[in-house]
Ligand binder design. Structure first.
Ligand SMILES: [Zn+2]
Length: 164
């Protein structure tokens, strides 16, 4: 099993609502008799509350089974006192570009503080030997004070988009 380094793409995006980091990559010959993980560190470089993060995706094969499970985690590593919201969306595609799930898998936290870690399980629907294309989007928001306060006055705003 290996990470195809030539496919790794990292795109960062800063908007009025927060900070996005997009990762895309492929893994070939999925075998994870020993748990196998990929880890990325990033910072938001926010001018109000700059936060630091470690994202991890972990594959694990159950003994004697062909199935491989996947889980992800996101840990906050800075020491700024303020809580922020964090969202992670994960999409999986096969070699023909077909999505393996109807919707991206999502994990989120409404108020993640320094040292906090959030986890999500994707389940064990991957097969030994499979090649996967994976897209991950991480969205950190509610760190730019002024613009976020405006949103709290709108009660009809979608929950994801509202700050505390
Ligand atoms: Zn920010």
């Amino acid at each position: 099993m290996s990470l195809n380094n030539q496919t790794v793409k990292i795109i960062e995006e800063h908007t009025n609502e927060g900070h996005y980091v997009h990762y895309s990559f492929s893994v070939t010959d999925l075998v994870a008799i020993q748990p196998w993980s990929i880890t990325w560190d990033f910072q938001t470089e926010c001018e109000f509350v700059a936060t630091s993060w470690r994202f991890r995706i972990l594959f694990r094969q159950f003994s004697k089974k062909r199935r491989v499970s996947c889980s992800v985690s996101l840990k906050r590593r800075d020491s700024e006192k303020r809580g922020v919201k964090a969202f992670v969306w994960i999409s999986f595609f096969d070699v023909d570009g077909r999505s393996l799930f109807d919707f991206p898998k999502r994990i989120y936290s409404e108020g993640i503080l320094p040292g906090d870690e959030m986890h999500g399980s994707i389940g064990d629907r991957f097969f030994r030997g499979q090649t996967l294309y994976i897209g991950i989007t991480i969205f950190i928001r509610c760190c730019h004070s002024e613009s976020d306060l405006d949103h709290t006055t709108n009660v009809n705003t979608d929950d994801d988009r509202r700050c505390f």
